[in-house]
Design a protein around this ligand. Structure first.
Ligand code: NDP
Ligand code: 2IT
Length: 444
């Protein structure tokens, strides 16, 4: 089947999965040329096998809340592709989670993990359980019930989960504890663990720091200095806060952050004390960004997004499809010169078109946010060696990996006039490695 026919066929077969189709369509449309240069791929229907997950586990998670009531949520794990290494990818706990979202994330993860230069296949899992408003004990009971069902499908060389939206160090700790009890082994199997039981230094920071390192590589292609640049960030969770921290350390100004209820605007840039306040508010107390606005008396827009403010750089770091065509046009009109995605698929197809047409620096999530899973890969390597590296060692490896991913994007994405199409570059580089591995291993 021709690549484009595969997409049309998937649309027919999975009409209720718009995010999955969106992710597949974006990748297939950019790799079509290189795919068609390899008739051997088509002979084994490689593209269809690469688009449809290897398998999906779907299960009920029953747990007991603090009032003694039995609650039921859905749990899923999408094992997308393991051609280049064990299944690897995060777990998302959010009320919006469904199969379309997890299939898009697992598909993206496969290409992202391929770009990292490490041996990891792609997977994603999660639940429509919302940690919002839940007590610590409720979160623990839910995590235990989730893993009691899933543990048999996991293992250090089989499938290694990690965090994502709604899943941080606390949730990974509870899930890993239950996994260890069921599997009777202690070999890692989750990444993002605490330092005391096999976690890696710099893993919490890795996605945000990695995104800034990728941005620095992009800016260097145009000789632009990060110092003094105004950056609009969405979200205020793990990725957003560490992105802000690294940017501020480099002399940039973070002029906005947001959460699912609204956004704040600080035209002169957040101070270190203010960022620390947001970190504590969101990560420790799971509060609202509006509380920051009340504390510091800054502008707060309920339901707002940070794309309408004058800025030089945008780093969407909350969720998928959070930056649409209108937002992209507003950013461009306000002088934005670079967009580097911390979230997975935050820009809609229309927004991406605008960025590419304006020929600004635009890095898709699968390249720019790959630092998180890269340090997860380094955590797996440390666990296998039963050793722990220093923060400097891990940070240095992270910088090198992000530079390498950037170089792969340039190699496959540079156009005749010199413009680097990072979407095409990331998709093609990620695809070619997985495709070669699949060809070598036969039809499975
Ligand atoms: P967190 O749960 O720590 O933070 C998520 C942030 O995004 C919160 O501020 C949250 O607001 C906001 N948010 C979540 N869902 C929505 C929504 N539907 N609409 C608006 N805002 C929303 O998650 P992470 O920081 O880990 O993840 C952020 C993004 O980065 C995700 O797209 C994730 O897939 C991606 N990513 C994460 C990696 C990691 O290592 N953690 C690695 C690579 C990518 P609120 O507080 O109101 O819920
Ligand atoms: O989207 C992602 O890359 C993650 N949530 C991190 C995955 C991982 O295995 O560290």
């Amino acid at each position: 089947m021709k690549a484009i026919d595969v997409v049309n066929d998937l649309k027919r077969r999975f009409p209720a999965e718009p995010e999955y189709i969106q992710a597949v369509e974006e990748v297939v449309s950019t790799i079509e040329d290189v795919y068609n240069e390899h008739p051997e791929f088509e002979r084994v229907n490689l593209i269809e096998r690469l688009c449809i997950p290897d398998r999906i586990f779907s299960f009920r998670v029953s747990w007991i809340d603090d009032k003694g009531r039995v609650r039921n949520n859905m749990g899923y794990r999408v094992q997308h592709n393991n051609a280049i290494g064990p299944y690897k990818g995060g777990i998302r706990f959010h009320s919006s989670v469904n199969l379309s979202i997890l299939k898009f994330l697992a598909f993206e993860q496969t290409f992202k993990n391929s770009l990292t230069t490490l041996a990891m296949g792609g997977a994603k899992g999660g639940s429509d359980f919302s940690p919002r408003g839940k007590s610590d004990m409720e979160v623990m009971r839910f995590c235990q019930a989730f893993v009691a069902e899933l543990w048999r499908q996991l293992g250090p060389d089989r499938d290694v989960p990690a965090g994502d939206i709604g899943v941080g160090g606390r949730e990974v700790g509870y899930m890993y504890g239950m996994y260890k009890k069921m599997a009777r082994e202690n070999t890692g199997t989750f990444t993002g663990k605490a330092l005391e039981f096999g976690g890696s230094l710099v893993r919490p920071e890795a996605t945000g720091y990695g995104n800034v390192y990728f941005l620095l590589n992009m800016l260097a292609t145009r000789g632009i200095d990060i110092k003094g640049k105004r950056v609009a960030i969405s979200g205020s969770g793990n990725v957003a806060t560490y992105t802000a921290k690294k940017l501020m350390a480099l002399g940039a100004k973070v002029i906005s952050m947001s959460d699912s209820d609204g956004c704040i605007h600080v035209p002169d840039g957040l101070s270190e004390e203010q960022l620390e306040y947001i970190f504590t508010l969101k990560n420790l107390y799971r509060g609202r960004i509006s509380e920051f606005a009340e504390e510091y008396g800054c502008e707060y827009v309920p339901g707002g997004k940070p794309w309408g403010y004058p800025c030089d750089i945008a780093m969407p770091s909350a969720t998928q499809n959070e930056l649409d065509g209108d937002a992209a046009r507003a950013l461009l009109a306000n002088g934005c010169i670079a967009v580097s995605e911390g979230a997975n698929m935050p820009s809609t197809p229309e927004a991406i078109k605008e960025f590419l047409a304006a020929r600004i620096l635009y890095a898709p999530g699968k390249a720019a946010n790959a630092g998180g899973v890269s340090v997860s890969g380094l955590e797996m390597a440390q666990n296998a060696q039963k050793q722990a590296w220093t923060a400097e060692e891990v940070d240095e490896k992270l910088r090198r990996i992000m530079a390498d991913i950037h170089a792969q994007c340039v190699k496959y994405g540079q156009e005749a006039d010199g413009y680097v199409n990072y979407v095409k570059g990331a998709n093609t580089a990620g695809f070619m490695k997985v495709a070669r591995a699949m060809m070598a291993q036969g039809v499975l």
